[in-house]
Design a protein around this ligand. Structure first.
Ligand code: NAP
Length: 323
């Protein structure tokens, strides 16, 4: 079965493929790798590609998409492409500029989804992570509702089909949903989600508001990522996932991905290794029993791999709230 046939409807009427290809790679990974991996992902059947201006790889990802279009493997409308507004563009007048810069790098006319990447603001400027002389990030004030209004304008201008958020907690979602003059609801909230951080309460809230949850780091993220909390247990070494993998004759990674799909979550998987890119597509070939879903629910331990700790203490830092 091909992932392009499996989509969920967003609240604005567009459809998002339930399996997405993650493109973030830690510093040190040659940028050309993302082009190669994205091409393999498209050949394998991935139709949803997740990137962000912050990843600084949109030239390379765009190259892969355009070459697969040129070659006739896919049409532009077959691909669902997500980009994100970075924290140094958190001023209403910079929101469309960030998207235009992404489109220029991608050499595409529109994206499918534009997300507010993270609800904390950094000082605008060339540098994605501006720091002072002591190496501390330089923050800026943030008005999430004003930013959201500018996001809505990007949709109205046709530069993105849909708009959403990432790393928002319940209060922040409610703030957008309740803002005066709201024109377009966020269609999704992209958050870290896996068996060790299953986001049950946030998921229930999102479902109640017709907001799709998109899971990142669904495989426990990348150990090479310097931002990762290194002393956390390794998800894919979990003995329960391992025994379920044996039972279903799959792998722990596939069990972790399948778990999300059966909860109604759109799931991202990053791999730059052909064998694993192909393996991840097998998520459509089997089903977990309800009992085993409950067993995986039992693994939750609020382990967050991507904690954005350097943003802690900021007024809109999202992870201090319970959910
Ligand atoms: P992830 O998808 O949880 O895990 C990727 C790691 O798992 C890679 O090191 C990969 O290695 C390995 N892997 C992939 N498939 C595997 C398999 N079948 N078996 C064993 N290992 C496997 O990592 P992530 O990059 O943190 O998250 C995915 C995507 O979510 C990102 O790339 C990005 O697009 C997005 N994201 C968004 C945010 C946000 O703030 N919105 C934050 C983090 C991530 P190889 O590459 O060597 O195969």
């Amino acid at each position: 079965m091909n992932s392009k046939q499996q989509t969920v409807r967003l609240s604005d009427g567009h459809f998002i493929p339930v399996l997405g290809f993650g493109t973030y790679a830690p510093q040190g990974v040659p940028k050309a790798k993302v082009t190669e991996a994205t091409k393999i992902a498209i050949d394998t059947g991935f139709r949803h590609i997740d990137s962000a201006s912050m990843y600084q790889n949109e030239e390379e990802v765009g190259l892969a998409i355009r070459s697969k279009i040129a070659e006739g493997t896919v049409k532009r409308e077959d691909i669902f492409y997500t980009t994100k507004l970075w924290c140094t563009f958190h001023r209403p007048e910079l929101v469309q500029l960030c998207l235009e810069q992404s489109l220029k790098k991608l050499q595409l006319d529109y994206v499918d989804l534009y997300l507010i990447h993270f609800p904390v603001s950094l000082k605008p400027g060339e540098n994605y992570l501006p720091t002072d002389e002591n190496g501390q990030y330089i923050f800026d004030t943030v008005d999430l509702c004003a930013i959201w209004k500018a996001m809505e304008k990007c949709k109205d201008a046709g530069l993105t089909k849909s708009v959403g958020v990432s790393n928002f907690n319940r209060r922040q979602l409610e703030m957008i949903l309740n803002m005066s003059g709201l024109k377009h609801k966020p269609v999704c909230n992209q958050v870290e989600c896996h068996p060790y951080l299953n986001q049950r309460k946030l998921l229930d809230f999102c479902k109640s508001k017709d907001i799709v949850m998109v899971a990142y780091s669904a495989l426990g993220s990348q150990r090479e990522n310097i931002g990762i909390v290194q002393n956390n247990p390794i998800l894919l070494d979990d003995p329960v996932l391992d025994s379920l993998a044996k039972k279903y004759k799959r792998t722990p990674a596939l069990i972790a991905l399948r778990y999300q799909l059966q909860r109604g979550i759109v799931v991202l998987a990053k791999s730059f290794t052909e064998k694993r890119i192909r393996e991840n597509m097998q998520v459509f070939d089997f089903q977990l029993s309800l009992e085993d879903m409950k067993v995986i629910d039992g693994l939750n331990k609020n382990v967050r791999y991507i904690s954005f700790t350097k943003f802690k203490g900021q007024p809109e830092f999202p992870f201090s709230a319970e959910y």
